[in-house]
Design a protein around this ligand. Structure first.
Ligand SMILES: [Mg+2]
Length: 257
């Protein structure tokens, strides 16, 4: 691992299945980040999880001893704000309460369910409180011509119990009701990788993406022309690597330095 740390100057690091599982640090992740700091490397965390606001992830990471500032955490919500801010049309958001508060604080034009007919944008972000009503109004918005933005199209995310439904599973239910184009704000979209690259300010050939998901972390990194390291501490095992057409630059069991 140390030879990789010597080779690259900027790191785009996934959270779930790389740094932590169920928000508890995985072995070696703290030491890995401390080594990056010691060696004056740049790093940002790039997660498809949008249950919380970027500053809330920062608080959790710091609480668990993983050093970062809120400027170093990028989620699909940053991409959403960046994408719609200039037009700021009426938006219906189905997301966690924390995230809704954050969107309002950021000045977005967030409307209530009962005004669903006015929505020009629809944001869907999986969360534990997502209800049948949320699904119903989402489908109605889409039928009324609102643009559908998803914080990710991942069908599942890893927990200690196993892989559980993610935003992609909810999007699938909306599309079963009314088919439409989905704008994916999360990885592997090039736009979210661009946010991370711009923040790091390193040359692309000096940046390494670290992730546990071939379809999001590694695919997105490949599409953006950045080297990648797949770690096997989350979603992917060697059997899945062999079956996949998406190839990381490097594979390691974990982040052990
Ligand atoms: Mg992950």
């Amino acid at each position: 691992m140390i030879e990789l740390i010597e080779k690259y100057d900027g790191y785009i690091i996934d959270l779930d299945g790389v740094i932590y599982l169920d928000k508890k640090p995985l072995s070696y992740s703290k030491t890995f980040i401390n080594t990056l700091i010691k060696k004056n490397k740049n790093y940002v965390f790039l997660t498809n999880d949008s249950t919380l606001s970027p500053s809330q992830y920062t608080k959790i990471l710091n609480r668990e001893g993983i050093k970062c500032s809120s400027n170093q955490v990028i989620t699909p919500i940053n991409n959403f704000i960046e994408t719609i801010r200039s037009k700021n049309k009426k938006t219906l958001a189905f997301c966690s309460k924390e995230l809704r508060k954050f969107l309002i604080k950021e000045g977005l034009n967030i409307i209530n369910n009962k005004n669903y007919k006015q929505a020009k944008n629809l944001l869907v972000s999986g969360n534990k409180d997502f209800s049948y009503d949320d699904l119903m109004y989402s489908s109605l918005c889409v039928q009324n011509g609102a643009k559908l933005y998803a914080t990710s199209i991942d069908n599942s995310y890893p927990t200690k119990m196993g892989n559980v439904p993610a935003t992609g599973s909810i999007i699938a239910a909306i599309l079963k009701t009314h088919d439409t184009r989905v704008i994916n704000l999360g990885k592997p979209s090039k736009e979210i990788f661009k946010l991370a690259i711009n923040k790091l300010k390193n040359k692309k050939n000096k940046i390494l993406t670290i992730g546990d998901n071939l379809n999001t972390d590694i695919q997105g990194s490949n599409d953006s022309g950045i080297d990648s390291l797949l770690v096997l501490t989350g979603k992917t095992n060697m059997k899945l690597v062999k079956e996949s057409k998406t190839n990381p630059t490097y594979i390691k069991k974990n982040l052990k330095v």
